[in-house]
Design a protein around this ligand. Structure first.
Ligand code: SF4
Ligand code: SF4
Ligand code: SF4
Ligand code: FES
Length: 978
């Protein structure tokens, strides 16, 4: 018979490590006293912590009050057998393996749930306990298939370990009694298998799904012997609420929940700690390997951004690295209609270099440029911009941040003095109110979303400002206090309305503002937002949000000690993106919400290294560290280090490079790890620009869409194939460590170096650490950053310099980086993109959990099982008005283009607004998005496009052309090779 489950109360999450790796040298601190931690992690002790001394097995031990006996025992090196306790979730007390005896007390309490008390005398190893533990294990083992030798978990199974630990040698009950051996496996999830015959009903999976992931997809059905783990309502995993984060698989002590890659390949032999290459959360993972093959990515418990959690992308969607579509040989061609010809690295590099030289000689120095990649490492990005500035001698360099968070850089630098978020992710644990604006964390930044949801379940309040009902508005055990579903394009009106309430209702933190902000600018701003046209009532006609809700949300935001703002591309990708960012900073300053934990202004950065790409000087007007080219002493510093004279004038941004190409003055481009022919707006314009160039050099792991217009293809390396660093959304510099050799032979930084040398500008680094040394020498905010420091600390957040030698988790502590905080006037100006009779709906775009950006990687994994195509979400009324049924194929038309895709009638949408993703090439969502862009930074207005939708049964003209063109430009001649 299986032991009964006894639901117990909840406490806190704990961080633990079980692997000694270079990134984990410093002692870790844990705030949870009540866990099944087996690591000897140092417990958090504050000056006011009450310490308790007790005796365990005759030895005295002193631990903080509230510590469990199990943990206290571990602290002195005594491992008490356990099954249902683990580090990442709260102790539960169901397996009864960890029982102890306490002098003067009856019974044998579970040590994982019994707190220490002063003077207790505890015995963990007695004859009675040994017998009890063996009895428990006998019950488990008698209902367990004894196939250890062929089990995928053999050697990594806690049940096996515990049977050994308690000295179980025989099972008196035999194996012929009632059992669960006839239960069927659930193999519906492409990444893991659920084999109920091996389940010991310890409930670790259920608790991991609740406490760590916050999805509540699992339950224990039934009681006693009949109890069973069940996804949803006895559904297969794929039909349940499960989002495939893998937390349950990681928590499972047996082979019941097991990664398919391990079932197929066997247990890993060694591992390397590295950083996920998908989103700006920057989760740390152990790349676990057998020989030279990665067999599992396990979230790293010492990862300071993720604390051992993951999402489906980082955890499972890494198969693209070995996908058959990988380009591993350099290729060249004269015209884009020619087939690609595989050539040696030398030939490809020399060809690219001679083409760039020819173009510059013919059309002038400014006729070429480059795009750095937010998918590549800091070191690689730094090298590309260095090559453009020093090798090409032009500042025509830009990055994908142009199309995502460039307004963040501008807006935060203007108001606060630095182009980055103010907090670390841990800060959210102290937030009392969280305002999420234009971000969809459960899809875009899932691991951060789990932290946020945990805080919300603990009682923090939530305001969501988004045209669409994102998951956070209402999900398991979470309901937003206010959802303000504004009309796309009215962010500034909304921010001004919130500010109006704060100013006119006396909610300004006057002391904070007086001490920390520029008085004159504040007074001007105060007078401006107080004007009637900024009131919630006046703004309602633009935003569509009832004034009463706006007033209530503003009061809530301004009424607590710690209010945090998290925002995303729904803020920046607008014609007034920079204005909204400044408006957000204004709100936070006015309420004293910058400079302490639980507060701040936090851009949720998109791609894995978009923060780093910006930090490394990828913008045409800025050198690394956000220093303007026109600043002479800064420029001279780089000139001295690089041995060149730099042009003091800013170069071209991506849209300007494309315009100049169409005009005939821009002829050559080097694009590393960026797919502008899918990701950038108005694809027709992008294609026209690329087609007009004489030499397009693409460096990528696949033949991406931009490569259709390229003349040289240089194979890229995945994050598993190189060393370097990524910087995440909290300014955290994390190591990327090479797990396997680059498939094409070279890491991306080596390829840039070869190209530079061939161009005649020498680069001679032998390892990315040397590039980081150069970055640190030339960039004040990186002054103390080195690979040695990263090995020692695991990661550091910039600024990391003499003032903050170990980095800066929290910015603007006692004052703003720019000195005094600067309030900016944020007049609402409606976008030029207007709805009208021909285009009466507004299209807004975004991402979905299963995919990332252009989907080049995730589309080449089993993640397509969740999202095989882009669909158009539409409100039932809009659908009915147009005779559209759920699943119908529809034409989506704007002033610039047309595509077709399937419609999904969705109650997430408000009438008049439709939504789609841009992960699939055949859909081409950016065929319809326009050239309108942010006034300050040219960030495209992806979030507002006037469209019409109608039923159709055929692809759009663009789609038909696309397929023909794709066929013509992607042929590879396979005869020649190195
Ligand atoms: S599936 Fe694994 S974690 Fe969940 S109850 Fe069964 S043995 Fe425990
Ligand atoms: S994979 Fe994640 S979401 Fe799915 S059941 Fe497991 S813990 Fe829950
Ligand atoms: S995609 Fe983002 S949240 Fe998911 S594992 Fe990677 S870094 Fe973490
Ligand atoms: S480990 Fe304590 S009851 Fe299971």
């Amino acid at each position: 018979m299986r032991p009964e489950l006894e639901p117990k109360g909840k406490t806190m999450l704990i961080k633990e490590t079980d692997y000694g790796t270079p990134a984990a040298k410093q002692p870790r601190v844990c705030g949870n006293s009540n866990c099944g931690c087996a690591s000897g992690v140092v417990q958090e002790v504050h000056a006011d912590t009450v310490m308790v001394t007790l005796e365990i097995d005759g030895n005295s031990v002193t631990v903080p009050q509230g510590t469990s006996i199990m943990r206290a025992a571990m602290q002195m090196g005594t491992q008490i057998p356990k099954l249902c306790a683990t580090d990442s979730i709260d102790a539960f007390g169901s397996c009864r393996l960890c029982v102890v005896e306490i002098e003067g007390r009856r019974g044998t309490p579970a040590s994982c749930t019994t707190p220490v008390e002063s003077g207790l005398k505890v015995w963990t190893q007695t004859g009675k306990l040994a017998k009890l533990r063996r009895n428990v294990m006998e019950l488990y083992i008698s209902d367990h298939p004894l196939d250890c030798l062929t089990c995928a978990a053999n050697g990594d199974c806690e049940l096996q370990d515990m049977a050994g630990a308690v000295g179980l040698r025989e099972v008196r009950y035999g194996f012929d009694g009632a059992n669960h051996f006839d239960k069927q496996k659930d193999q519906s999830n492409p990444y893991f298998t659920f084999d109920p015959t091996k389940c010991i009903v310890c409930s670790r999976c259920v608790r991991a799904c609740e406490e760590v992931q916050g999805t509540f997809a699992l339950t224990i059905d039934g009681r006693g012997f009949a109890s069973m783990v069940s996804p949803g309502e006895a559904q297969p995993f794929m039909e349940s609420e499960c989002v495939s984060c893998g937390a349950c698989v990681q928590a499972c002590p047996t082979a019941t929940l097991m990664e398919n890659s391990i079932i197929e390949a066997g247990q890993p032999e060694h591992s390397v700690v590295t950083t996920c290459a998908y989103c700006g959360v920057g989760c740390s993972f152990k790349a676990e390997m057998r020989g030279n093959e990665v067999v599992r990515m396990t979230p790293y418990k010492d990862g300071q951004a993720n604390h051992g959690h993951s999402c489906v992308k980082g955890r499972f969607a890494w198969g693209y690295a070995t996908h058959k579509d990988r380009i591993t040989k350099p290729m060249i061609r004269a015209k884009i209609t020619d087939p690609w010809k595989e050539v040696s690295w030398e030939e490809a590099i020399n060809h690219a270099a001679s083409e760039f030289k020819r173009i510059q000689q013919t059309y002038g120095r400014e006729s070429v440029g480059g795009i750095t990649s937010s998918r590549c490492t800091n070191e690689e990005t730094y090298l590309v911009q260095k090559l453009i500035r020093a090798g090409f001698g032009t500042n025509n360099v830009d990055t994908c941040a142009r199309v995502c968070h460039s307004p963040t850089g501008y807006g935060l630098a203007t108001t606060l003095g630095t182009s980055a978020g103010t907090q670390d992710f841990d800060s959210v644990e102290e937030a009392d109110v969280v305002l999420v604006m234009g971000a969809n964390p459960t899809d875009g930044h899932p691991v951060f979303a789990s932290r946020l949801k945990k805080r919300l379940r603990e009682g923090a309040k939530l305001i969501v400002i988004d045209p669409r009902r994102i998951d956070l508005v209402k999900t398991a055990h979470i309901k937003a206090d206010y959802h303000l579903p504004l009309r796309p394009g009215t962010n500034v009106a909304m921010i001004n309305a919130l500010a109006h309430v704060i100013v006119t209702e006396g909610l300004v933190d006057e002391k904070y503002v007086a001490e920390r902000c520029e008085t004159e600018e504040f007074n001007r701003w105060r007078a401006f937002v107080a004007e009637e046209h900024n009131s919630p009532e006046a703004s309602e006609k633009y935003t569509g949000v009832p004034a009463a809700d706006v007033r209530a949300a503003a009061r809530l935001y301004a009424s607590v000690k710690n209010a945090a703002i998290y925002y995303g591309l729904g803020v920046t990708e607008h014609s007034q993106g920079s204005t909204t960012v400044m408006g957000i900073a204004n709100l936070a300053m006015a309420t004293g919400n910058i400079g302490h934990n639980g507060a701040g202004v936090n851009p949720l950065r998109g791609q894995n290294n978009v923060q780093g790409a910006c930090d490394m000087g990828s913008f045409p007007h800025e050198l690394p560290g956000y220093r303007h080219l026109s600043t002479e002493d800064v420029r001279h510093q780089f000139e001295a280090a690089w041995g060149v004279t730099l042009d003091p004038e800013p170069g071209l941004r991506i849209p300007n490079m494309l315009d100049a190409a169409i005009d005939g003055s821009f002829k050559g481009i080097y694009i590393q790890g960026e797919d502008i022919a899918q990701s950038d707006p108005n694809i027709q314009h992008v294609i026209a620009g690329l087609s007009a160039m004489e030499c397009v050099v693409v460096q990528d792991i696949f033949l991406n869409e931009t490569a259709n217009y390229a003349h040289v293809l240089l194979p890229g390396a995945t994050f598993l194939e190189k060393d370097g660093t990524f910087t995440n959304a909290e300014r955290r510099i994390n190591r990327v460590r090479k797990a396997v050799q680059p498939k094409g032979g070279y890491a991306d930084w080596e390829v840039t170096m070869m190209l530079s040398n061939a161009l005649g500008y020498p680069m001679n680094y032998s390892h990315p650490s040397e590039i980081m040394e150069e970055i640190a020498r030339l960039t004040p905010t990186f002054k103390n950053v080195s690979y040695d420091l990263l090995e020692e600390k695991g990661s550091v957040q910039w600024p990391c310099n003499d003032k903050a030698p170990e980095g800066t988790p929290l910015m603007h502590l006692s004052g703003f980086v720019r000195g005094k905080g600067r309030f900016m006037i944020t007049e609402f100006v409606a976008t030029d993109e207007k709805v009208g009779p021909r285009f009466p709906l507004l299209l807004t775009t975004g991402r979905i959990l299963a995919h990332y950006n252009v989907g080049a990687q995730t589309r080449r994994t089993d993640n397509v099982a969740w999202h095989p195509e882009d669909v158009l979400e539409i409100h039932a009324q809009d659908a009915e008005d147009r005779g559209i049924r759920d699943g119908d194929n529809v034409a989506l038309m704007s002033r610039v283009g047309e595509t077709s895709l399937r419609a999904k009638i969705s109650d997430r949408m408000q009438p008049g607004v439709v939504y789609t993703t841009f992960h699939h090439v055949g859909t081409g969502a950016n065929v319809v998005t326009t050239d309108f862009s942010d006034w300050a930074t040219n960030c495209p207005e992806y979030k507002v496009t006037a469209v019409q939708v109608r039923p159709t049964n055929r692809p759009s003209e663009w789609q038909s052309q696309y397929h023909k063109q794709r066929e013509a430009t992607r042929r590879i001649e396979t005869t020649a090779a190195e």
